[in-house]
Structures are given as structure tokens and as C-alpha cells.
Design a protein around this ligand. Structure first.
Ligand code: NAP
Ligand code: GDD
Length: 380
């Protein structure tokens, strides 16, 4: 295996603006015969440390999981897509330059690359976090969503089955799979997906169970309810609200346009939820687990809390724009995490108001910097 280390400057940190260096690796010979006996000798010496392969490493969860695994002494390999900009690496940019982290170009749409990487990395643990994860967008790009979020999981499961069958596999399943089924939702609740995204996640979930039962893979599925953080993508409703609150507070905008304020979600902190992923792969047997706080709030509740945190009246700044309504809505998600608490010893540590405050405070720092920059730009 050829590993080339490339020092690469990235300019925005995970939660704050910082500058640091990442270690990237490009690996392997694309023409390798992955099944040839003699290829075994070419494979890199087995690391004594546990090795993880993460798809979706540049996303919110990927960044928190990477931090967790590095803190536990893992060698971490991540799949990254080719991008014309480096901003998609910003959630990893705060990691130290000598972190035991290797990034490989690839895509869940490219089964050959997935097979090669799984063969070469020989991971002990595989975390499949990559997805087209925007529910509303999945109505606009349904085929792409099905291919990446659904079939992409199949491609990775095949790579693991053929090239690293002893690896433990984690699938990022979603509470969206429950869709229209009334709360509370547990591992026993039937699925009723309400979007192309949710339908693709049901497919990926069922395949994960099938590869566990059919091939004996250690394939676990975490049915995670919504989890948020300062690193949340800016189009998800929580971050859209907290970013708007901070910018309104600093005079950078006047209001924010939202859709359905009545939808209820069980919102937790992403840092807690990656701990649950890791625990699932340390469990004695592969299984499915609901991960949730057991408390649901509406989008309206979130607005009240976020604007209230900076003494603003949310009703003066929130307007409804039908463009944010969805063809089919998921009205009420409320998870029952009893099984995860009992069998994994997992518990959420961050409550609703603490989560809202954490996100608003982080966005206030960014808005303050943006306002200062704007002031200098107007009065150089
Ligand atoms: P996210 O921030 O949207 O990150 C998605 C990741 O997938 C990014 O790293 C993205 O790369 C990558 N990706 C997208 N398309 C890809 C492709 N074709 N090939 C390779 N990588 C691709 O999502 P998240 O919030 O961290 O969620 C992680 C996973 O958990 C997702 O599967 C999501 O559906 C699932 N989930 C999330 C929640 C939640 O509340 N956050 C709840 C349940 C389940 P780029 O950076 O290049 O775009
Ligand atoms: N995004 C967004 N933008 N949502 C809005 C808006 C808005 O302006 N206004 C109201 N909402 C409502 C949506 O209609 C939905 O009912 C709720 O806010 C939450 O929307 P999102 O934050 O986009 O999250 P989601 O619940 O659809 O999906 C997220 O959680 C899933 C787990 O349940 C994503 O992270 C999925 O990838 C994840 O699987």
C-alpha cells in the first residue's frame, strides 16, 4: 500500500475560525487484484491499534466520531469526496496536524474504490455515516438520494463482506424511518417513511439487518433521533434558527423564514450520539438500537428558547414561508431509548435548553466576527 502524506491548509475550524494542518493520504494501486493471494503480502503491516474507517467523516457526526476515536487511540481513516473547495473539511480542521488520521478520496457511488479501501485499510470498525441527509432536498433529488443513501450502503456492505468480513459495521439509520407512525417510537415500531430520504434509509437499514442475518457480519444499526450541535449543517432547522438569532442580535439580518412550526422532534447533542455509535460496536452482539433523549419539543419551542436566550421576542422575527413546507411531513418523533440505556449503558448528557444555548452561543461568536469584518469593510 502506498501512503502519501499531504499537508493541507484548511482555514475554518470546527466550532470557531482557526487554521491548522490535516494529514491526507492517497492510497493504493487502483489496478490491484483484490482477491489475489500474493496481494496479501503487499498489505501494510497490521497496526497494533484499532483501525476505523468512517464514511461521512466531513459531516457533523463524522467530526465528533473522529475526535472520540482519536481520543481512544484509534487509527482513523475517512472517505472524502472530491470538492472544488476545501470548506467541506472545516469540521476536521481543528485536529492537530499529527493526528492519526488519514483521508482518502472516494464516493459511496463508487463500489470499486470502496472495495479497494476496505481491502487496504483492513478496518476493525466501519462507520457508514455518509448520506444525502437533507430530508426536504431528497424530494428534489430523489434518485441521487436513493443511490447514495440506500444503494451506497449496499456497496459498502458488499465491500466489507468480500474484503474485511470480520470488521464491525455501523449503519447510520434514522428516526425518519418511523415517519408517520405515532410516538413514542422504539426498536419495535413499524416504519412508515415519508420522504425519499427516509425510504432510502429503510432500504439501508434492512440491508444491514440482512447482511447480519445472511452472512453473519457484525452489522449494527443505530436508529438515531435528531441530534444537533454548533457543527450542524446550516439548513437544518435548529442551526438555521440559532444562526439567524445570532445574526439578528448583531444587526446582520432582521428575520428568518421558516416552514412548519408545529413539527415535534426529539433533539439531542451530537457529541452524545457518537458515543452511542461506538458503544454499539463494542457490544457483545450486533443489534439495532434507538438513540434519543425521550423528550420532544416543537420547532416553535426551539424558536422561543433560542430567541429567548438573547432576550429577543421570537414572534417579532420569525415569518412563515411556504417554500419550507414539505410534500409529506413527519409530525412527531419521540424516541424510547430504554434498550440503549439498559444494554449499552448509554445516557444523553445534554438537555434541550443547554443544547439551544450551546448552539446560540457558538453562532454569536461567528456573528460577532462577521459584524466586525463588515464594519472594517465599510470603514476601512
Ligand atoms: P451531514 O452533516 O449531512 O454529513 C453527511 C456526510 O456524508 C458528509 O461528510 C458528506 O460529505 C458525506 N456524503 C454525502 N454524499 C456522499 C457520497 N456520495 N459519498 C461519500 N460521502 C458522501 O450528516 P450528519 O448529521 O453528520 O449525519 C450523519 C449520518 O447520520 C447521515 O447518514 C444521516 O443521514 C444520519 N442521521 C443523522 C441524524 C441527525 O440528526 N444528524 C439523525 C439520524 C441519522 P461532504 O462533506 O462532501 O458533503
Ligand atoms: N430544514 C428546515 N428548514 N426545517 C424546517 C423549517 C426550515 O426552514 N421550518 C420548519 N421546519 C421543520 C421541518 O418541516 C421538520 O419537520 C423539522 O423542522 C426538522 O427539520 P430538519 O431540521 O430539516 O430535520 P429533519 O427532522 O427533517 O431531518 C434530520 O433529522 C433526521 C432524524 O430524524 C436530518 O438530520 C436527517 O438526516 C435525520 O435522519
Amino acid at each position: 500500500m502506498i501512503i502519501t502524506r499531504i499537508a493541507d491548509k484548511v482555514t475554518k475550524g470546527a466550532d470557531q475560525a482557526t487554521e491548522t494542518v490535516l494529514i491526507l493520504s492517497t492510497s493504493g494501486n487502483p489496478s490491484s487484484d483484490l482477491n489475489g493471494e500474493e496481494r496479501q503480502a503487499d498489505r501494510r503491516p497490521r497496526a497494533t491499534m484499532t483501525t476505523a474507517f468512517i464514511t461521512g467523516i466531513t459531516g457533523q457526526d463524522g467530526s465528533y466520531l473522529t475526535e472520540l476515536l482519536l481520543s481512544k487511540g484509534y487509527e482513523v481513516h475517512g472517505l472524502i469526496r472530491r470538492s472544488s473547495s476545501e470548506t467541506h473539511l472545516s469540521r476536521l480542521a481543528h485536529l492537530p496536524s499529527d493526528a492519526n488520521l488519514y483521508l482518502h478520496h472516494g464516493d459511496l457511488g463508487d463500489s470499486g474504490v470502496l472495495a479497494r479501501l476496505v481491502h487496504e485499510i483492513e478496518p476493525d470498525e466501519v462507520y457508514n455515516l455518509a448520506a444525502q441527509s437533507d430530508v426536504k432536498l431528497s424530494f428534489d433529488i430523489p434518485e441521487f438520494t436513493a443511490d447514495v443513501t440506500g444503494t451506497g450502503t449496499l456497496r459498502l456492505l458488499e465491500a466489507v463482506r468480500l474484503h474485511s468480513p470480520n470488521a464491525r459495521f455501523y449503519q447510520a439509520s434514522s428516526s425518519e424511518m418511523f415517519g408517520a407512525t405515532p410516538p413514542p417510537q422504539s426498536e419495535q415500531t413499524r416504519f412508515h417513511p415519508r420522504s425519499p430520504y427516509a425510504a432510502a434509509k429503510v432500504m439501508a437499514h434492512n440491508l444491514t439487518v440482512n447482511y447480519r442475518e445472511g452472512y453473519g457480519l457484525f452489522a449494527a444499526s443505530g436508529i438515531l433521533f435528531n441530534h444537533e450541535s454548533p457543527r450542524r449543517g446550516e439548513l437544518f432547522v435548529t442551526r438555521k434558527i440559532t444562526k439567524a438569532v445570532a445574526r439578528i442580535k448583531h444587526g446582520l439580518q432582521d428575520d428568518v423564514a421558516l416552514g412548519n412550526l408545529d413539527a415535534k422532534r426529539d433533539w439531542g447533542f451530537a457529541g452524545d450520539y457518537v458515543e452511542a455509535m461506538w458503544r454499539m460496536l463494542q457490544h457483545d452482539a450486533p443489534d439495532d438500537f434507538v438513540i434519543a433523549t425521550g423528550e420532544a419539543k416543537s420547532v416553535r419551542d426551539f424558536c422561543k428558547a433560542a430567541f429567548g436566550h438573547v432576550d429577543l421576542d421570537w414572534e417579532a422575527h420569525v415569518r412563515i414561508d411556504p417554500q419550507w413546507f414539505r410534500p409529506a411531513e413527519v409530525d412527531y418523533l419521540l424516541g424510547d431509548p430504554t434498550k440503549a440505556k439498559t444494554e449499552l449503558g448509554w445516557n444523553p448528557t445534554v438537555g434541550f435548553l443547554e443544547l439551544v444555548a450551546m448552539m446560540v452561543d457558538a453562532d454569536l461568536v461567528l456573528a460577532e466576527a462577521e459584524a466586525a469584518f463588515a464594519a472594517v469593510a465599510t470603514n476601512p
